[in-house]
Structures are given as C-alpha cells and as structure tokens.
Design a binder for this molecule. Structure first.
Ligand code: BG6
Length: 494
C-alpha cells in the first residue's frame, strides 16, 4: 500500500435524503443508480441515508426491484444479497407528475416521513436527471412546496444537482440558469461534469501543486503546445435520440474545457471551492473566442462512416461525432501556446489523455539537429491511469548516440486497495453530500463554455461550405483534416 504524507483532506458526507428525478431514464441507469449503490457497497454512504426514486412511469415494488437488479448487473456489479437488500431497504419509488402541485405535496409528506424513519433532519439532495427544459419547473415547485430551504433559517440544507446539457445555446443556457436561480441560489446548485470527479484529473492538480519543478515550467517560456485527446471506441450505444439533438461538440465540450482548465489554470491559493472557482473562472475569461474565419481554419468537424446506418439516426444527418480544434488562451502564462484538441466517437481504442509538449532545445548541439520534441509530459486519464515523461538520453554503448526514453508512474497502487476508491460519480455525490462545490461547475464556467462554443455552432450552421463535415472511417482517429489542423502549424499529434 502506498504511504500517504502528512496532508490529507477527507470528505465527510452528511446524513441526508436523496431524491432522484428521472429515475427510470438513461442517465440514472448508467451512472447515478450504480454510483449510489457503489457508495453503499464501499460503505462510503452516510449512515443515515435514504433514497426516493421519482419518475413518470408507474412501477410496483417487484418491478422496481427487478429493474434495479438489472441496472446494477448491467453496470458491472455482482450485488451481494446483504448489500442489495440493505440498499432496497433505504429506497422508495414515487410516481411523478412534474406539472402537478399534488405530486410535490406527496413528495414533501414522504420526505418528512422518511426523515423520521432514517434519523435525517431536513437535509436533502435533489438530482434532476431530467431534460433541462424540466429544471425550472421542478425547482420552482420544490420551492413552492417548501422543500428548498434557506440555510440561514434553520440547521438544514437542500441542494440541487443538475447535469449537462445546460441548454443548447448561450441564450437557452442563460435562460435555464436564470430559471434555476429564482428558486435556488448559486451555493445550492451543483452542476456536474463527471470528468472532474475522475481520480486522475484531480491528480493533475495535486501534481502541479506539490511539485514546483513541473508547474514552474508550465508556461509559454518552456511549453511549445499542449494536446488533449478524448477518443471513444463506442458509437451511439442506443442513444441516437439524445445524440442527434446534441452532437459531439455540445456533448463533450464541457469535459474538454474542464480538462483544459485544470491543466492550465493558475494554481488556487487553497483547495477551498471559492479559490478554486476563482482560478477556473479566470481560465474561462482568457479563453479566446473564435471569429467565423478562425472557426473555418481552427476547427474540424467529422462524422464516422457508419453513423448514418445507426438506428435512430435521421437520413442525411449532419450531426458531428468528431471534433478537432485549436484553443488559444490569452493569459500571461499561456499566450502563444496552442492547445490542440481531438475528441470523437468511434475513434479507435478509448483513451483520454493530455500531453504537454515542451520546446526544443535553444542551446547546445541539438539546436541545429532535428530530433523532434524531446520532452513530453503525458497524463493518461483513462483507461490507463499513468503519468510519463519522455526525454532523450545517451544510448548505452561506446558511441555517442541518443535514444528516446520514458519515465513513468502507474497512478493506481498495486493490490486490492483501488477497488475501494470512489468512481467519478461516486466521488461527486460524496462531495455534494458534504457541501463541497469545488469539483462542480459554477454558473460563470457554464456561460464561459457557451461563449466559446456558440460561435462555433453558429459558424457551422451558417457557413456549411466553409465548415465541411468530414467523414472518417469507423475506428480511425478522425478525418485527415484533423491531422492537417496540426501539421499546418509544423507539429504532429503525439
Ligand atoms: C458523457 C457523454 O458525458 O461522457 C457521453 O454524454 C460520453 O457521450 C461520456 O460517452 C464519456 O465519459 P467517460 O467517463 O466514459 O469517458
């Protein structure tokens, strides 16, 4: 087991009731219910904790239990009879009608009853796993039913968790946000981007903060450029209805920008959420918004060849499944250092990674000899969880020859310890139960993302000829145009 050093910060989830709206939907099945069960299985859930599953579908108890079992096994669990029955013992199902005040009245009564049964005192999390159009109505009804507390008035709390897509444009996202804020102030709104909950993403900041040798060189004096890759082997996985409306850019931009922010933002003074968010906000403020002309030259969109034949995809669909782009950050630290991004579905083996590519030597014999980029600091976020640093060293032997070598660390320690770590969603749920917003997105970050993304979507819509949709073979790392994006700057994908 790896020994930890003196500094350890631990989240302590508080006893609470957890209400999941949209409990029979895809997001609930794939991510939230498995995370809630995982917290129970790993014994990280608070002792006094209960769960209300709310959805429109009528469902009796046997059907619910059967459905939950299938959900968990599909998510990779082999539930033990004890843990599964204790999980079931903590949950109730409520058929929902989000438009009806009577439903929120029933919910309020159920929460009062369950608070008594489980020894919870007016502490509630509401997870809105519903389409964003429903956010405003649900939060307004929660407020009217007296379920959103003002913590100044009582020793209680209520928090609302929402998930992307936050609207479909800058304007609609602002409208969703304004609607939410009428019922719940910013400190009660937890906007999830599950990439921030990944262990390896948090390790980026840990490494930067604790090892000055790296962070002091992460700037335009030393770094030539940065690469960010988010490739997925999978295609639509039956989510055509969702994806056709969204496309890759809307689906993944939040994840991409969170990764870019965490790798490049100035280190916060502390890991408190206020400092952290202030730093991240500065990143979003310094992100260069692209002009229509820059979108033509700095952004590539693609679609995998087999997309048109996927079930549920409209004939002639122009939905993008791939995106490559060049980001520029107008800050003293990063001015002049491009961040090249590639993200795509069916783009080969799944890999999410960040590569910091250092400049070539400016002095010494190698300044005249092209050996490519000698130093690349690579962070594999998933599925491998590794950090490596490549360098040029002397090749052993009598001659003075040079070879490319790599130093590496496997982030997960050996042994069974890793199995007890929370997954990304589990970690974020614990933070929400602990009242820590550090890893959640602020309203400013969300609008920063839209300020960046909206002009790209507009250019695609209004200038289709200048922004062609490139088809790429299934499993290829995007179209040739994605390579040209970087080679025309005299660089290559690592
Ligand atoms: C989700 C997107 O937010 O992230 C999916 O909606 C995508 O389309 C997924 O597949 C990727 O997440 P992860 O954690 O599996 O890399």
């Amino acid at each position: 087991m790896t020994e930890t050093l003196g500094f350890c910060q631990e989240m302590r989830p508080e006893s609470c009731g957890f209400v999941l709206f949209g409990a029979t939907g895809d997001l609930a099945a794939r991510k939230i219910l498995p995370a809630l069960y995982g917290l129970c299985e790993k014994k990280i859930a608070p002792g006094n904790f209960y769960l209300v599953l709310a959805a429109r579908t009528p469902q009796d108890r046997p059907a619910l239990e059967n459905r939950l079992w299938n959900t968990l096994t599909r998510a990779g669990f082999s539930p033990s009879p004890e843990v599964f029955s204790s999980f079931l013992g903590r949950l109730e199902y409520l058929q929902a009608d989000y438009a009806s005040p009577a439903f929120f009245g029933r919910l309020a009564a159920a929460l009062t009853r369950l608070d008594g049964k489980f020894g919870v005192k007016n502490k509630r999390l509401f997870y809105l796993a519903t389409p964003p159009e429903a956010f405003e109505g649900i939060t307004a009804s929660l407020k009217t039913a007296g379920l959103l507390f003002d913590p100044k008035d009582c020793k209680c709390w209520s928090r609302v968790i929402i998930e992307k897509p936050y609207g479909s444009s800058l304007e609609s996202a602002a409208a969703v946000d304004a609607g939410l804020k009428q019922a719940a102030p910013e400190d009660q709104v937890y906007r999830i981007d599950h990439f921030t909950g990944k262990e390896t993403v948090q390790n980026l900041l840990a490494l930067r903060s604790a090892n000055a040798v790296f962070d002091n060189t992460w700037n335009n004096r030393f770094v030539d450029h940065v690469q960010l890759t988010v490739f997925e082997e999978l295609g639509l996985e039956g989510r055509a209805a969702f994806f056709e409306k969204l496309g890759l850019a809307r689906d993944m931009m939040s994840h991409i920008l969170q990764l870019a922010a965490i790798i490049s933002m100035d280190l916060p003074e502390t890991f408190r959420d206020t400092d952290f968010k202030a730093s991240k906000r500065r990143f979003f403020e310094s992100l260069r918004v692209l002009s229509p002309q820059e979108v033509r030259t700095s952004v590539v969109r693609g679609q995998y060849a087999g997309y048109a034949a996927e079930s549920g995809v409209a004939a002639g669909s122009r939905t993008e499944t791939f995106l490559a782009l060049k980001l520029l950050i107008d800050s003293d630290r990063w001015r002049g250092v491009p961040f090249y991004v590639r993200a795509g579905k069916r783009s080969g083996v799944k890999r999410t990674r960040l590569d910091i590519v250092y400049k070539k030597p400016e002095q010494g014999i190698f300044r005249h000899i092209d050996i490519g980029y000698p130093n690349v600091f690579s962070f594999s976020i998933q599925p491998e969880e590794t950090v490596s640093f490549s360098l040029i060293s002397k090749h052993p032997g009598p001659k003075l020859c040079f070879a490319r070598r790599s130093m590496g660390l496997d982030y997960r320690p050996e042994g069974g310890e890793a199995a007890s770590y929370p997954t990304d969603y589990e970690r974020l749920l614990i933070d929400a139960m602990s009242g820590d917003q550090t890893l959640f997105l602020s309203s400013a970050e969300m609008s920063g993302m839209w300020r960046f993304l909206s002009p790209i979507l507009t250019a695609w819509r209004e200038d289709a000829a200048g922004n062609p949709l490139h088809v790429y073979p299934d499993g290829a790392p995007g179209p040739a145009a994605a390579d040209e994006l970087i080679t025309k700057d005299g660089r290559v994908w690592v």
